[in-house]
Design a protein around this ligand. Structure first.
Ligand code: BGC
Length: 263
């Protein structure tokens, strides 16, 4: 069954149909700019524009950069406040005429990495962290997602950690790699003290430049860059929509299962 994955990001809404067994896009992605302000009405239309570029799919998975519980968006740290308590899955499926699953963006990227990328066949507690506008987190135990962990908002020096250590802080404050890596190291040490994961998978656009900052970070937990990069959110959203079986609220995702099914 063809499933469409759509990733709502700070600057673009991107989507493509996904082969959820192989974890690959079945067509070139279609991208439209994220409307500003990124309010509910504008983003629903942008998602519809992306979906309209494709045909022949039955379900859709959509990522959102905030907490999503039972298809309802609960937080909106880096998007328009009209998303607070919005019935997102319902709004998208009313507009698109098909079942839609909505999940957190970092959770979706993690699902893809654990099923098909850097976290494949990794048992135990695995943590994906995305460094972008904010810091997203996704926690997996033996391949099963524990959704909405929001570890980007841990408090460090009396402030939200993502305000100091996200890639946006590096860009806006024009930090050197050394200075930024110091902050990331402090953040990662805090997370490893709290959770002792077996592995950190580092995603977000900056993970393409991992050679610039990985060598500067000294922590006990092994750390690897994400491998699916730009497509992780799209792929993870589609895998989640498939496993939800048409129930918009369900995000019971077993990423380990997704990668291991026969062709
Ligand atoms: C949000 C998370 C999101 C992350 C990355 C944070 O500010 O609270 O839900 O995953 O940014 O977009």
């Amino acid at each position: 069954m063809a499933i469409l994955g759509i990733d709502i990001g700070g600057s673009g809404v991107k989507g493509a149909p996904v082969d959820t067994v192989r974890g690959e896009l079945l067509a070139e992605r279609h991208r439209v700019p994220t409307p500003q302000p990124a309010d509910v009405t504008g983003v629903v239309e942008a998602v519809a524009e992306v979906a309209d570029a494709f045909s022949g799919y039955d379900r859709i998975g959509v990522t959102f950069p905030g907490v999503v519980v039972d298809g309802v968006t609960r937080t909106a740290a880096n998007v328009d406040k009209s998303w607070l308590d919005a019935p997102a899955a319902q709004l998208f499926s009313d507009r698109l005429g098909r079942p839609v699953s909505v999940l957190n963006d970092a959770d979706a990227a993690g699902v893809a990495e654990v099923a098909f990328g850097a976290g494949r066949e990794q048992p135990g507690l695995i943590m994906m962290l995305t460094f972008g506008t904010g810091i997203g987190s996704a926690l997996f135990l033996d391949g099963t997602l524990i959704p909405n962990t929001e570890f980007g908002h841990l408090e460090l020096h009396g402030a939200d950690a993502e305000l100091r250590a996200a890639d946006r802080a590096r860009e806006q404050e024009e930090l050197s790699w050394e200075k930024w890596a110091d902050r990331v190291q402090e953040y990662l040490r805090h997370v490893e003290m709290l959770l002792s994961p077996r592995l950190f998978i580092v995603g977000g656009g900056v993970s393409k430049k991992s050679d610039k900052f990985f060598p500067l970070i000294d922590i006990r937990t092994p750390m690897v860059p994400a491998t699916l990069l730009n497509n992780a959110g799209i792929i993870g959203a589609a895998v989640t929509a498939e496993q939800a079986g048409g129930h918009p609220g369900a995000i019971q995702v077993d990423a380990a299962d997704a990668g291991s099914r026969p062709d």
